[in-house]
Design a protein around this ligand. Structure first.
Ligand SMILES: NC(=O)c1ccc[n+]([C@@H]2O[C@H](COP(=O)([O-])OP(=O)(O)OC[C@H]3O[C@@H](n4cnc5c(N)ncnc54)[C@H](OP(=O)(O)O)[C@@H]3O)[C@@H](O)[C@H]2O)c1
Length: 335
């Protein structure tokens, strides 16, 4: 956009105060972005947003509890599915392309800007809502399982929160990498979602999942992917076979577990942290490598649960906050 020109306006949800999901957001009429990405400061890919992904970090942002803390007010929303309006010269995507884009912030709006290396063409078989669920959870799952957890074909994986956004993605990535997958969930409805996502077996969080996982895997699983944390962490360690790895991804259960390290020594096991966003931010080549690896798996079909209009972004965040989300929650922004 030339200097001094007047930008069009757009509808966007802004976090205006840090009072939690039900009251922190306000729908407003704000200037469209100027084409520069908010965090890199460089010209990015401008996307007409069709669907915006809703994720746990935005829940935390409504309370000022996430590590990224922009000045108020700001437009949250880390990822979108949409159509390219403009792209920098030499970019891999072009105006009119259907894309999945990771904008980091600014996604709960009619127009968003993403770095070129964080923008991927959307496969024909995926719709915009699925595109809005394709990056954060799937890249995290691949990073956590393959690059951090060193998952190999033929190994066994136990996924906590298996009907959630990260959980359903982890099931599909693990299946695509040739693993046998056990999902752990808290309800019948979530059991159905985890099965539909592709889990080989689904265990109940309030049942003897640790013993069941040990028995079915023939002595203990190779990898546990844990976005939940909390009380079940020690049992996750106990569910591992020799040489097994627990990959720590998040703490939706509320508390951050502590490890008695003698447990690691007894069975030659590991606890590994996986923080995808911080790791890839300064490494565009790793970002692209993970993106291409995910798209090459033939099991990737983002599971979209609830869909809300942009006006109801607060309700969408509350659904995650109250443990009600199935698969990926999305905002339908325009048709
Ligand atoms: N490390 C990274 O790079 C990275 C990247 C993306 C996301 N994350 C983190 O991963 C976590 C999961 O994100 P998500 O988008 O998958 O969330 P989600 O869709 O809401 O799923 C989280 C799951 O956690 C389980 N859970 C257990 N106790 C809960 C509680 N008290 N409140 C809410 N959920 C509870 C629920 O499964 P059950 O009811 O079946 O137990 C729920 O399905 C978040 O902490 C997020 O910040 C980390």
């Amino acid at each position: 956009m030339p200097p001094g020109s007047i930008r069009d306006r757009m509808r966007a949800q802004q976090i205006t105060e840090l009072t939690g999901p039900s009251s922190a957001l306000q729908l407003g009429d704000v200037p469209e972005p100027d084409g520069k990405h908010l965090m890199t400061g460089r010209e990015g890919v401008v996307v007409d947003v069709r669907a915006a992904g809703v994720s746990f970090p935005e829940v935390l942002q409504t309370r000022g509890e996430y590590q990224v803390k922009p000045d108020l007010p700001f437009v949250p929303g880390s990822e979108v599915g949409g159509v390219v309006r403009s792209a920098p010269e030499g970019a891999g995507v072009h105006p009119g392309d259907r894309v999945a884009a990771f904008c980091m912030l600014g996604g709960f709006a009619e127009v968003a800007v993403a770095p070129e290396f964080m923008t991927f063409k959307l496969p024909d078989e995926l719709d915009f809502a699925q595109g809005a669920g394709l990056i954060l959870n799937y890249h995290t799952a691949y990073f956590a399982l393959k690059l951090r957890g060193r998952l190999e074909q033929g190994e066994t994986v136990l996924v906590h929160g298996a009907a959630g956004g990260v959980g359903t993605a982890a099931i599909q990535v693990a299946k695509g990498l040739g693993a046998t997958v056990y999902g752990v969930v808290s309800s019948d409805e979530k059991e159905r979602v985890a099965r539909e996502a592709g889990a080989d077996e689904v265990l109940r969080a309030d049942g003897p999942w640790k013993d069941e996982a040990k028995e079915r895997s023939g002595g203990g699983v190779d990898v546990v992917l844990d976005p939940v944390g909390g009380d079940r962490f020690t049992d996750s360690l106990r569910s591992l076979g020799e040489g097994g790895r627990v990959v720590v991804v998040g703490f939706t259960g509320g508390s951050i577990p502590e490890v008695r390290v003698n447990r690691l020594l007894l069975n030659n096991t590991e606890v590994i942290g996986a923080g995808w966003g911080a790791y890839v931010l300064g490494k565009p080549e790793v970002y692209v490598e993970i993106g291409n690896a995910v798209l090459a798996l033939d099991t990737i079909r983002p599971v979209v649960g609830a869909r809300f209009p942009l006006e109801k972004a607060g309700e969408a965040l509350e659904l995650l906050d109250t443990r009600g989300a199935l698969g990926k929650v999305v905002l339908e922004v325009s048709s």
